[in-house]
Structures are given as structure tokens and as C-alpha cells.
Design a protein around this ligand. Structure first.
Ligand code: HPA
Ligand code: ZN
Length: 337
């Protein structure tokens, strides 16, 4: 039994994926053409070659530029549907998907255009492929608190389609504390909370996400390992970290996958999960993240099954659904190869 076959066979949930980060160059060119928008690259290959990042910001610049060809509801539908097709291929049965409304509303695209396209794709993925999903609206942390409040207001009529709020974009210099009041209001409106913290930012940002934003999960969180008291707290509270190995590699959060702390944290009892973040930009969807990190860190079958179960435990599914999926992971018997 190869690791790859095991990873492919096990059901899993994805908890950290930005829908704008699933925008493959082929689809980008197709949508740009039909919308009459130009892309400052002559072809798909040249664009892909530009995906050579040295940190988070160098990626974000190109990621926001790519998203700017998305104009109509159908564009958002096509984007999400292409992602769900990858979920089907990778046996991802449930996904909690980030979207960045401000990236679109700032260009004059209406909030409901984005949301209607995404929710229609979510419904169709459930019907066609049995893939469950939730949407998480992220605030761009490089923008102001006021801008985030305005975005939250726009989201209120669509509350039934959005399970939670998140925080993404340029981390250093934009601590979670900048958004304490926005998250307070969002939680009062019934949204769950998550936040990117400890990707490039220090452990203090993870404490702020926990204590001020009152998050249910930390996105990335790999730098938490620098603070042992924080590690002990994450373990005691079973606070999930949505780790993204290929993202960490491409954005130089780690120099090599063999140096990634995923295995160490898993062995210590941190509730870590594996996710793809921005798979169109970082070289792989869920199974590629699993396979590459499992090979680099020599993960065994138990580790891999635990990561799959963690993905359900850390999700926003009901307790009954979590138990059912964890049982399915345990019971998944593989034909000998
Ligand atoms: N970090 C912060 N913001 C982001 C990311 C990320 O990894 N991906 C998309 N927006
Ligand atoms: Zn992310």
C-alpha cells in the first residue's frame, strides 16, 4: 500500500482554502477573454512562471491582480465549480471555503454577485458530487477597521449562507487586535470566527486571535511553536491549526518541507490539519499537500488517518457528522496493492 493510495482513499475535509486562490491560469484566461479584460501576461505558461514568490506579500500582489478578472455571478460560479471538481478528484467530502469580498467590492462588483455565484456552486456540488461546504467571509487586514465594518454590514442580509468570518492578507503590521470590535459585532450576529495568525506574524498574534477575536481555529499558526506556553495552551484547548504545507514552502515560511513542524506538532498532540490554501498558486490541491508533506516527514498510516480525522474534528460540522466521518476514516479498508 503506497502512501499516495492511502491518502487518495481516505475521506477528508478542507478547512483552509481561499476560493480566489483556486483560480487556475487556464480559467483566468478564459474568463478574461469572455469579459473583455486584459491580463498583463501573454499566455498561461508565462503567467505560471511568474508564480515564484519570496514571501506572503509577493504572492498577494499577483493573487489580487488575478482576481480582478472576476466580474459576473457566472465567473464566481465557474471558479468555485472548478475547485469542487478538484475536491471530487481528491476525495474531499467537505470544504469550508474562504472568500474575500473586499477584493471584489472595491472594484465595483456587488457583494451579492459574489455570494450568489458561490452559493449556487456550493448547492450544485452537493447535488452533483455529494460535497458539503460552508462559506467563510474574510476581512482583508491591510484595509481599515471601518472598511471591515462596512463589509460586515453588507453580509448581514446573507447571514444564512455564511458560517463565519476570517482574517487574511498581509499579516505583519496588521495584528488581530486591529479588528477586535469587528469580530465582536460579527460574533454577536451569530458568525463563528477564525483568523490567519502565526504564518509570518509572531506568536503574540496567535494569542490576540484567541483572546480578542475569540476564534474557533487558527489558520496556519505554525509560528506558535516558538512559544512553549502557547503550544501547551493549543494542546490543552484542542484549538485547531489549519496548516498549509505547500503554501508554507512556496512563501518561504519554511525553507524545505523536510523542516516543516507539522509532524512534531501532531506528535505533541496539537490538533493540526492539512490544507491547500491557494492551490492554483502553490502547486497542489489537498492530496498533493498530503502526499508531499507525508513523504517529506515520513508520516505513517496512523499519522495520515489522524490528520484526516482532525480535519473533521476541526470543522464546523455537527458532532454527529464529525463522528460519522471519523468512523469512516477508521473503517476505510484499502485493497492491497
Ligand atoms: N495568508 C494571508 N492571506 C492570504 C493567504 C495566506 O496564506 N492566502 C490568501 N490570502
Ligand atoms: Zn490562507
Amino acid at each position: 500500500m503506497t502512501r499516495k493510495a492511502l491518502i487518495r482513499a481516505l475521506p477528508k475535509a478542507e478547512l483552509h482554502v481561499h476560493i480566489e486562490g483556486t483560480f487556475e491560469p487556464e480559467l483566468m484566461f478564459e474568463i478574461a477573454r469572455r469579459n473583455g479584460v486584459s491580463i498583463p501576461y501573454p499566455d498561461v505558461e508565462t503567467l505560471r512562471r511568474a508564480y515564484d514568490f519570496h514571501n506572503l506579500q509577493s504572492f498577494l500582489d499577483i493573487y489580487y491582480a488575478g482576481a480582478s478578472v472576476l466580474l459576473y455571478e457566472q465567473d464566481f460560479y465557474d471558479l468555485a465549480t472548478a475547485y469542487f471538481a478538484r475536491c471530487r478528484d481528491d476525495h474531499v467530502v467537505h470544504s469550508e471555503i474562504f472568500f474575500d469580498p473586499q477584493t471584489h467590492t472595491a472594484r465595483g462588483v456587488a457583494f451579492d454577485t459574489v455570494l450568489n455565484g458561490l452559493t449556487r456552486a456550493c448547492r450544485d456540488a452537493e447535488t452533483k458530487w455529494g460535497i458539503g461546504s460552508r462559506l467563510i467571509m474574510c476581512f482583508l487586514r491591510h484595509l481599515s477597521e471601518e472598511d471591515a465594518f462596512a463589509t460586515l454590514e453588507q453580509a448581514l442580509p446573507f447571514k444564512q449562507h455564511i458560517i463565519g468570518v476570517g482574517l487574511d492578507s498581509s499579516e505583519v503590521g496588521h495584528p488581530p487586535s486591529k479588528f477586535t470590535r469587528v469580530f465582536e459585532r460579527a460574533r454577536a450576529e451569530g458568525f463563528l470566527a477564525v483568523a490567519h495568525a502565526g504564518e509570518e506574524g509572531p506568536p503574540e498574534y496567535v494569542y490576540e486571535a484567541l483572546d480578542l477575536l475569540k476564534v474557533s481555529r487558527i489558520d496556519h499558526g505554525v509560528r506558535a511553536e516558538e512559544d512553549d506556553a502557547l503550544m501547551r495552551r493549543l494542546i490543552a484547548e484542542q484549538m485547531p491549526l489549519t496548516v498549509c504545507p505547500l503554501s508554507n514552502l512556496k512563501l518561504k515560511v519554511v525553507s524545505e518541507l523536510t523542516r516543516h513542524n507539522l509532524h512534531r506538532m501532531l506528535e505533541r498532540g496539537v490538533l493540526v490539519t492539512v490544507n491547500s490554501d491557494d492551490p492554483a498558486y502553490f502547486g497542489g490541491y489537498m492530496n498533493k499537500n498530503f502526499t508531499d508533506v507525508a513523504d517529506a516527514l515520513d508520516l505513517n498510516e496512523n499519522n495520515i488517518r489522524m490528520l484526516c480525522k482532525n480535519s473533521f474534528k476541526a470543522s464546523f460540522l455537527s458532532d454527529a457528522e464529525k463522528e460519522q466521518w471519523c468512523r469512516r476514516v477508521d473503517e476505510c479498508v484499502l485493497d492491497a496493492v
